[in-house]
Design a binder for this molecule. Structure first.
Ligand code: IPE
Ligand code: IPE
Ligand code: MG
Length: 253
């Protein structure tokens, strides 16, 4: 089915919420932070923050489709997050598995293709299987790509790329002098993705935490105060309005 008939009028929607539809970011990346603090402030277990955070993933994903954003990358679990207590990791992996299964109808209705980046081989087998199934089922969807960064580390990604390129050099397929930024790009986890235009981080933090070092080299960074479970559509629109107020120069004058 033609995606235009499936998903309603992104230009009109963007304009209605105060955004310039001709200057929307193509690739939005979000560091979803503050789940633990959200729960702690209610004297609840951290896991309840993750649970509430999963609800916000759904609303921000569908809103991104409505706005006409081409790619949304969400930092869901970092390579460093493996150092958390096993009980929290187990909970997050179960939540992820359940979330993926539950979201399939929403992804289909919204014509969203799922992708994943990261050291996926470290994920539990059940999660990998579910992930593969949802990725395959949504492979033909065209309105937006939802890319989940899972067990993702930017240094791991660049290390993996270096290893793959070194193997090609060793095999004599490419000379060291022929390695260009394009060579590195083509060995990333999502080689065809457009550069990140904007990184949004919730919970007021102002660091990258090993997220997309290559892809977000020229991204605008926007830190917002709400904790991820409190991050609503209005706050999302405000962040995108802030992005549209920035002047992107890319080193020019
Ligand atoms: C983000 O929330 C979710 C993950 C990193 C998985 P946190 O769990 O980091 O929450 P805080 O930062 O401790 O509040
Ligand atoms: C970054 O958040 C990772 C994700 C949001 C998945 P963290 O909470 O793990 O980052 P730090 O520890 O504050 O840098
Ligand atoms: Mg955190």
């Amino acid at each position: 089915m033609d995606h235009v008939t499936k998903v309603a009028q992104p230009i009109a929607h963007a304009t209605a919420v105060g955004l310039d539809s001709s200057r929307l970011p193509r690739h939005v990346a979000i560091i979803m932070d503050g789940n633990g603090r959200w729960a702690k402030s209610r004297t609840w277990d951290r896991t309840r923050g993750h649970q509430q955070g999963a609800e916000v993933v759904r609303s921000i994903t569908t809103e991104s489709v409505k706005l006409g954003i081409a790619r949304l990358t969400l930092y869901a679990f970092s390579s460093e997050n493996w150092s958390r207590p096993p009980a929290e990791i187990d909970f997050l992996m179960e939540l992820l598995d359940r979330f993926l299964k539950n979201e399939l109808p929403t992804l289909q209705e919204n014509d969203v293709r799922l992708e994943a980046i990261g050291s996926l081989q470290r994920l539990p087998l059940n999660v990998r299987k579910t992930l593969d199934r949802i990725i395959n089922t949504t492979a033909q969807n065209k309105s937006m790509v939802l890319c989940l960064a899972l067990s993702y580390g930017g240094r791991d990604e660049l290390t993996d790329a270096c290893r793959a390129i070194a193997r090609e050099v060793q095999a004599g397929r490419i000379a060291p002098e022929e390695i260009t930024p394009q060579t590195i790009q083509s060995h990333l986890y999502a080689p065809h993705a457009h550069d990140v235009d904007v990184v949004i981080r919730t919970a007021g933090e102002q660091r990258m935490s090993n997220f997309l070092p290559w892809e977000a080299t020229y991204a605008e960074f926007i830190s917002v105060a709400p904790l991820w479970p409190d991050f609503g559509i209005a706050a999302y629109h405000a962040a995108l309005q802030e992005f549209q107020r920035r002047e992107r120069r890319f080193g020019g004058v």
